[in-house]
Ligand binder design. Structure first.
Ligand SMILES: Nc1ncnc2c1ncn2[C@@H]1O[C@H](COP(=O)(O)OP(=O)(O)O)[C@@H](O)[C@H]1O
Ligand SMILES: [Mg+2]
Length: 317
């Protein structure tokens, strides 16, 4: 136990991390010795931080007095890993939002300046520039709406307005919205309904919100599938839930990216940020909505072969 009189279990854990990390037989990390020295010489409380084995600790050391002089110190160690992780998430989030907004804003500035400066010579060129400005402003609008949705949900204000939704017509209607795009891209798009689902089977769910989930999944599937590929939606009845899947024969998602796919602003293909790209918030929103229905959403994917998203929604409620 070296220089310690008493320690409690969290302190033991901290010391264990330290012993594990070092080669030499030092009783304490150098940061702690430095703090301790300061406490003894300055006779005042000192605060420091250090990380061990990937965890963040805050250490507060206060002097212990023996009538007139300092005779020792008491150190309080707090494991702040979770707080630091949340701080980092928040900072990353702000950085991401700023980045996502900066790109369209600079496009708007650049292209509108071109019009102001009469760079465009023909009416066609002018129109082309105006179209870019229009598309970018739509993109910004989508981003802001998605951000608002997500912020509301993460603040715990997801209001699920449950109504009776007839499953087959519901899914067929959503898929129909994509017939045009799929055809344009040369992708086959279909719905497969298992025999245990009837024409009038229904779920008590928030139809608008679930439509948002499936719209995003099908949009993603079509966007990441090349010509001649297939996208298919299936509906199956399980014992206590309905299982919906959206599969494609597209690019797939690299295995190392799979654990992060439902995080905000996650985009597997970092280079692909322009064009008809989304905001990187769709799956985070989808997960919030499915969670609010007490369901599950998961993904299976093989890079270069295809991807399958599974959505499970409980029957009772
Ligand atoms: N079916 C899919 N095939 C390949 N990659 C996908 C698929 N669905 C989602 N992804 C990856 O997950 C990322 C996040 O999806 P999403 O949250 O919907 O954001 P967005 O569609 O706005 O980019 C996408 O940018 C893409 O990299
Ligand atoms: Mg999307």
């Amino acid at each position: 136990m070296g220089p310690f009189l008493i320690t409690n279990p969290p302190a033991e854990r901290f010391l264990q991390y330290w012993y594990y990390e070092q080669d030499a037989e030092e009783a304490l990390p150098p940061t702690v010795y430095e703090l301790l020295n300061q406490v003894m010489t300055l006779e005042s409380e000192q605060i420091g931080e250090l990380s061990l084995q990937g965890r963040s600790f805050v250490i507060i050391i206060s002097p212990l007095y023996n009538l007139k002089s300092v005779r020792g110190a008491v150190a309080v160690v707090r494991d702040m890993t979770e707080e630091r992780r949340l701080d980092k998430l928040r900072k990353d989030f702000i950085a991401n939002v700023s980045h996502e907004l900066r790109t369209p804003i600079s496009m708007l500035q650049g292209y509108s300046e071109a019009i102001v400066d009469d760079v465009a010579e023909t009416p066609e060129e002018k129109k082309e520039i105006a179209k870019i400005i229009y598309d970018e402003s739509l993109r910004m609008g989508r981003l802001v709406n998605d951000l608002l949705d997500l912020a509301r949900m993460e603040a715990g204000h997801v209001t699920i307005r449950r109504e009776e939704v007839e499953i087959i017509p519901f899914i067929e209607r959503i898929v129909t919205k994509f017939n045009g795009v799929a055809k344009e891209k040369g992708i086959s798009l279909g719905v497969k309904i298992s025999e245990d689902v009837n024409r009038d089977s229904w779920l008590q769910v928030d139809g608008d919100k679930l439509e948002q989930v499936f719209t995003n999944l099908i949009d993603n599937a079509i966007r990441h599938t090349p010509a001649h590929g297939h996208v298919s939606v299936t509906i199956e009845s399980l014992v206590s839930s309905y299982l919906f899947t959206v599969s494609d024969t597209g690019s797939g998602i690299p295995e190392e990216d799979l654990p992060f796919i439902f995080e905000r602003f996650y985009k597997a293909d970092k280079a692909r940020t322009r064009g008809r790209s989304g905001t990187g918030l769709g799956l985070a929103i989808a997960k919030n909505i499915v969670d609010a229905h007490e369901g599950q959403i998961s993904v299976q994917s093989k890079y270069d072969h295809g991807t399958k998203f599974l959505v499970n929604i409980p029957k009772i409620k």
